[in-house]
Design a protein around this ligand. Structure first.
Ligand SMILES: Cc1cc2nc3c(=O)[nH]c(=O)nc-3n(C[C@H](O)[C@H](O)[C@H](O)COP(=O)(O)OP(=O)(O)OC[C@H]3O[C@@H](n4cnc5c(N)ncnc54)[C@H](O)[C@@H]3O)c2cc1C
Length: 468
C-alpha cells in the first residue's frame, strides 16, 4: 500500500504526456512518489526545461531577482495562494509564491475533489447563528465560489476532469432522513436552493447499498481531480507572471521599512504586502495565525481499479457522496474506477502513524457500507490537514497587518480558490468588502498551535454520533 496521494500519480508525466497511473512500469521506476523523494525533487526543479508549461508546474529553483522588492509575497502554494497569485499578477503586481515543499503539497493535492455547495456549517446552523439574511449571503458566497471555479477552469483550460456530477448526502439513521426533509424545506425557503430526496426504497438508483436510510441529492455540486487542478492553477498563475518557488520554507516574517522582510531557507524576500495561505499547515512562521487555525487530519483510502461495472454499481450516477454522521464518511469513484473512501477517522493532525490507523478504520467502514468490497485491494492511503476556526467559518482579512485566508474546515476546494481571489482583489487595492472578510479574527483561548483538546472534541462527537 502506498502512503501518498493517489492523485499525484495521475499527473501527466512531463516527457510522455501520460499519467503515472496509465503506466505502472514508470511508477515502479520512479519510486514511492515524485514529491516524497527529495532527490527527484531536486532534479525536477533544477533542470531548466524550455517548455513553459512544465516550468510552471515545477516552479523556480531559486528566488528570482533577489535584489528586487516584490509587491506581494505569498506563503503557501495551494489553491488559496495560487489563485491569489494569479489574480494579483494579472492586476499588474509583482508576486512571488513561497512554498515549503512542492506545488500543491498540502491539502490541495490530497483532498477528495468534491466541489460542494454550502459551507462547513449546515444551513440550519447558519440561520441559527447569523439570522436568515446573513445566512443567505454566506450561502450565496459558497455558490459563487463554485461558479468562479467553473469559470476559472474553463478560462484557463485546466484539464482536471471537472464535472458537474451533483452530490448525495446519505442518512446514517432514519431520523437523519427526517432532518433532510426539514433541510430541503429550509434550503428552498431561505436560500432559494432546490435539492431532492430519494427514499431508502428507491436509493439504489443513487447508491449501491442498503446501509443508509435514504439520500439528499444536490445537482449543483461537482467533482474534479485535485492534483491536476492545483497544477493547472499553478500553470495559470505562472503564465500570468507570478514566480512560484518550491522548497522555500518561510522561517520568519518581520516588519521592515514600510514593508516586510520574509526569510526563507532559499534567501530573503522583501515585499510590500504578505499573504499567509498556509491553512492546515500553518507553523511558527505565522504565530498569530497558528493561534487561530486548528489543524485536523482527514484521511482517504483508494481501492484498486474495480472496473466500470463494479464502480457503477456503487455510485451509479458517479456523484460525490458523504453521509450524515459527525465522524462522516465521504466517497466517490475516480476516472479509473477506484473507490476513494475518506473520513475523519483519527481526530488528530495527519502523520504516518495516524494515517496507518485511519486506513484500517476506513477499510472497515468501507466494507460496512459496501460489503461486496471485502475482497477489494486497497492500493493507497493518505492523510492531510484541514484547518478549523473556532466558529467553523472560513475567513480572509488582515491580521497584524498581514493578509490571510483559510479555515475552510474540509470544504475548501472551491472556497480556497475563491477567497484567495477575493483577498487578492483587496490587496490589489479594489475597495471591496465581503461577508467572509474578518480583520478582527480572535485567537482561541489557551491555544498556541498544539491542539491538546482534539481528543476531547473527538470523543464528544463520537458520543453525539451514538446518541443522535
Ligand atoms: C484528506 C482531505 C480531503 C479533503 N476533501 C475535500 C473535498 O472533497 N472537498 C473540499 O472542498 N475540500 C476538501 N478538503 C479541504 C481542501 O483540500 C482544503 O480546504 C484546501 O486544499 C486548502 O487549500 P490551501 O491552499 O488553503 O491550503 P493547502 O493546500 O493546505 O496549502 C498550504 C501550503 O502552505 C505550505 N506552507 C505551510 N507553511 C509554510 C511555510 N512556513 N513556508 C512555506 N510554505 C508553507 C504548505 O506546504 C502547503 O503546501 C480536504 C482536505 C483533506 C486533507
Amino acid at each position: 500500500m502506498r502512503e501518498y496521494s493517489y492523485w499525484l500519480d495521475t499527473l501527466p508525466n512531463r516527457e510522455s504526456g501520460e499519467s503515472r497511473i496509465a503506466s505502472p512500469k514508470s511508477r515502479a521506476t520512479t519510486g514511492e512518489s515524485r514529491i516524497s523523494n527529495p532527490e527527484s525533487r531536486a532534479t525536477a526543479s533544477e533542470s531548466r526545461i524550455p517548455n513553459p508549461e512544465s516550468r510552471a508546474t515545477t516552479g523556480e529553483s531559486r528566488i528570482p531577482n533577489p535584489e528586487s522588492r516584490w509587491d506581494v509575497a505569498i506563503v503557501g502554494a495551494g489553491y488559496t495562494g495560487l489563485s491569489a497569485a494569479r489574480h494579483l499578477a494579472r492586476a499588474g503586481a509583482t508576486v512571488v509564491v513561497l512554498e515549503r515543499e512542492e506545488i500543491g503539497w498540502g491539502a490541495s493535492s490530497r483532498n477528495g475533489g468534491q466541489v460542494l455547495t454550502g459551507l462547513r456549517l449546515e444551513p440550519a446552523a447558519l440561520v441559527a447563528r447569523f439570522g436568515e439574511a446573513r445566512a443567505r449571503q454566506l450561502f450565496d458566497a459558497a455558490l459563487e465560489s463554485i461558479a468562479r471555479l467553473e469559470t476559472l477552469v474553463a478560462e484557463e483550460a485546466i484539464d482536471c476532469e471537472y464535472t458537474r456530477t451533483g452530490h448525495i448526502q446519505a442518512a446514517w439513521k432514519p431520523a437523519h432522513f427526517d432532518a433532510f426533509r426539514d433541510q430541503q424545506a429550509l434550503l428552498a425557503r431561505v436560500f432559494n436552493h432546490r435539492v431532492h430526496l430519494v427514499s431508502r426504497a428507491d436509493q439504489r438508483s443513487e447508491i449501491g447499498t442498503g446501509t443508509y436510510h435514504g439520500v439528499l441529492v444536490d445537482e449543483r455540486s461537482g467533482g474534479l481531480n485535485p492534483a491536476r487542478y492545483v497544477h493547472g492553477l499553478a500553470a495559470a498563475a505562472a503564465r500570468s507572471g507570478a514566480a512560484i518557488v518550491p522548497g522555500a520554507a518561510v522561517t520568519r516574517v518581520e516588519r521592515d521599512a514600510g514593508g516586510w522582510r520574509v526569510t526563507t531557507v532559499k534567501g530573503v524576500v522583501d515585499a510590500r504586502d504578505v499573504l499567509l495561505a498556509t491553512n492546515g499547515y500553518t507553523n511558527g512562521a505565522a504565530p498569530a495565525l497558528q493561534r487561530r487555525f486548528v489543524p485536523i487530519g482527514s484521511y482517504i483510502i483508494a481501492t484498486e481499479p474495480l472496473g466500470a461495472d463494479r464502480a457503477n454499481a456503487l455510485l451509479p450516477r458517479r456523484r460525490m457522496a458523504f453521509d450524515s454522521k459527525h465522524f462522516l464518511y465521504y466517497f466517490r469513484v475516480t476516472r479509473d474506477h477506484r473507490l476513494l473512501f475518506g473520513g475523519r477517522a483519527e481526530f488528530a493532525r495527519a502523520d504516518a502513524d495516524t494515517t496507518r490507523r485511519a486506513a484500517a478504520i476506513l477499510r472497515d467502514g468501507m466494507i460496512a457500507v459496501f460489503p461486496e468490497l471485502a475482497g477489494a485491494g486497497v492500493e493507497y492511503a493518505w492523510g492531510g490537514n484541514v484547518a478549523f476556526t473556532r466558529d467553523q467559518m472560513p475567513r480572509a482579512g488582515k491580521l497584524d497587518d498581514m493578509y490571510y485566508a483559510g479555515g475552510y474546515g474540509g470544504h475548501g476546494v472551491a472556497m480556497a480558490t475563491y477567497l484567495g481571489e477575493q483577498i487578492a482583489r483587496r490587496i490589489a487595492g479594489e475597495p471591496i468588502d465581503h461577508p467572509l472578510f474578518d480583520d478582527r479574527f480572535r485567537a482561541l483561548p489557551m491555544y498556541r498551535g498544539t491542539p491538546w483538546f482534539l481528543p476531547l472534541v473527538g470523543a464528544y462527537y463520537q458520543v453525539k454520533d451514538w446518541l443522535q
